[in-house]
Design a protein around this ligand. Structure first.
Ligand code: ZN
Ligand code: ZN
Length: 341
């Protein structure tokens, strides 16, 4: 049958016949070579070979001590009633609350920090904002003082709301700076900026932290972001209801773009402290994959902290949200298991 076909083909066009035979030979040779492990294009290789998974690149982290922490306090909060905030600082600090701070003014001030003099005290901040705010209230905070501070705009200003979206002013910008000049030499981070939303007549979204930045003595700026922990414990809640509530206890103490250090944030709650210690001793939570190793890896960009050092290299997708994992970093550099590098 095949022979008849080939003879017919040869009689029809000898050149075409030779081309077909040569092509068949080349394909066969390539397949044979492929089986023997020679490097041939992947298209010709047998398909049962599994794709090799590349290890997730590790993000290099720098450990820095952040002397500032600011949380939203309890109780009702709105533009009229004011907002309660709870600072927790390692050093005596000044808390400056800028109500109705201009969005562009704040962006300008943060840029000025990078280019000009560092915004290390409230006066420099006010100047950098070009006084583009409705009201400024300052508090002096001692290092062991974790009491809530209530900040409010004076009623005589008559500010009821900050207008419709998109807005030109943030309701509240809370800035923490170190009070003592000598303390400023000891820390790389010179101030912390927290942008807070609080409801008013025209926009009723509940009170929440919108952004949190840390400014360094070198003129850099880091945004603090919460980590998403896979643990079930919800911890003590002090703030208003929040979709990310269950990650809050660690989020405030562990998350930092530039830092994985939980040291700087002092904790006031016994429960909090216990949790933190458990965490550091590595018996707090187990890896969601092997259920055995201690969670020590944060996957980026989704920020899920859910796997141990050993399991991190086995995934290209986050086991929680299926997002592609671009990088990961370790929460603690202490050897917790098999990882050696
Ligand atoms: Zn694991
Ligand atoms: Zn994820």
């Amino acid at each position: 049958m095949a022979a008849v076909f080939l003879v017919t083909l040869y009689e029809y066009s000898p050149t075409f016949y030779i081309s077909v035979i040569s092509l068949c030979f080349v394909v066969t040779a390539a397949m044979v070579l492929g089986w023997f492990g020679f490097d041939v294009p992947v298209i010709l290789r047998s398909t049962d070979e599994t794709e090799s998974t590349l290890p997730t690149p590790e993000k290099k982290m720098v450990q820095v001590t952040n002397p500032f922490a600011l949380e939203l306090g309890s109780g009702p909060s709105s533009v009229n009633e004011g907002v309660a905030v709870r600072p927790r600082c390692l050093e005596p600090c000044v808390l400056s609350c800028f109500w109705g701070c201009g969005v562009n003014a704040l962006q300008g001030a943060l840029q000025a920090h990078q280019n000009g003099p560092r915004l290390r005290n409230p006066r420099l901040f006010q100047e950098a904002l070009h006084f583009q705010y409705h009201h400024c209230q300052t508090f002096h905070i001692d290092s062991d003082d974790t009491e809530e501070r209530h900040t409010q705009m004076p009623a005589e200003l008559g500010v009821q709301d900050f207008g419709l979206l998109p807005r030109e002013r943030y309701p509240l910008v809370a800035v923490l700076t170190l009070a003592k000049p000598e303390a400023r030499e000891a820390y790389n981070i010179v101030s912390s900026v927290t942008v807070v939303h609080t409801p008013d007549k025209s926009y009723g979204l509940s009170t929440r932290t919108l952004f949190q930045y840390l400014l360094t003595a070198q003129g850099n700026m880091y945004e603090l972001k919460p980590l998403f922990m896979s643990g079930e414990g919800s911890g003590p809640s002090t703030g208003p209801p929040d979709p990310n509530q269950k990650v809050q206890p660690q989020a405030t103490t562990q998350a930092a773009v530039a830092s994985t250090d939980s040291e700087p944030s002092p904790v006031d709650d016994e429960e909090d402290k216990e949790e933190e210690e458990e965490w550091r001793e590595g018996k707090g939570r187990d890896c969601v994959v092997c259920q055995n190793g201690t969670i020590n890896r944060v996957l980026l960009p989704c920020r899920h902290a859910c796997v141990c050092d050993a399991c991190v290299s086995r995934f290209q997708h986050c086991p929680i949200c299926r997002a592609f994992v671009m990088e990961s970093f370790a929460l603690s550099q202490e050897p917790t298991g098999t990882q050696t590098d």
